[in-house]
Design a protein around this ligand. Structure first.
Ligand code: SF4
Ligand code: SF4
Length: 104
């Protein structure tokens, strides 16, 4: 089966409205710790089992702890959206497959 070509239009829709439904893996959290990205860690809720970190829920307001509807790392420049933590974005974002603008 041929993989259909996809072109990102930078609409940002994949980064909006999924707050509370996304998770970061244990490896994502480990990487953020190694990179000293406490700013990112503060927007994630760590989940533990038997004293071990299993994963983290995304995204939360670092000040209030309230769940965020949109990703706090989404940036807009005029009509283009971009990810401000692209190089260290969580796995869930790396594996996202967009069907919004698949070329016919
Ligand atoms: S991946 Fe899809 S939804 Fe996300 S910004 Fe690109 S075109 Fe928009
Ligand atoms: S981390 Fe980046 S790619 Fe992932 S939801 Fe946020 S802005 Fe989008």
């Amino acid at each position: 089966m041929a993989i259909r070509e996809f072109e990102c239009k930078q609409c940002g829709k994949c980064c909006m409205g999924y707050g509370g439904m996304l998770t970061a893996t244990h490896d994502d959290v480990k990487r953020w710790r190694e990179e000293r990205r406490t700013d990112i860690i503060k927007t994630a809720k760590m989940m533990w089992k038997n004293g071990n970190l299993t994963h983290a829920e995304l995204w939360f307001d670092p000040e209030t702890g309230k769940e965020l509807f949109n990703c706090p790392w989404l940036r807009r420049d005029r009509d283009k959206a971009s990810c401000s933590i692209w190089d260290t974005r969580p796995q869930v974002c790396r594996h996202y497959f967009c069907r919004k603008h698949v070329k016919k």
